[in-house]
Design a protein. Structure first.
Length: 96
């Protein structure tokens, strides 16, 4: 399995959380090879999430799409002010 680790800057945490629930969750569930995603609580202007995919062949295109702006423009998104910092694909070594 592989994961895409994402870091974002958050301008308004409560609005960002609502935006992720209403827009991010439904969108990412449709990604090919998607298994699950974990969003961390937005703290001190930063948010992180981990998207788990069945394979590298699914994770790499997702990371590239996120970086290219298909899921985020690299500028504040919507009323929540979410800005992409990074999105990288990693191999999962272990899971508990």
């Amino acid at each position: 399995m592989h994961a895409v680790v994402i870091e974002v800057q958050i301008e308004r945490p409560e609005e960002a959380s609502a935006f992720v629930q209403s827009n991010g969750v439904p969108q990412v569930k449709q990604a090919p090879g998607f298994v699950r995603e974990i969003w961390t609580q937005f703290k001190q202007g930063t948010g992180r999430s981990i998207l788990v995919f069945e394979s590298e062949d699914h994770a790499n295109p997702a990371a590239e799409a996120i970086q290219a702006g298909e899921y985020s423009t690299g500028k504040p998104v919507g009323p929540a002010g979410i800005t992409l910092v990074s999105a990288e694909a990693w191999e999962i070594d272990a899971e508990a």
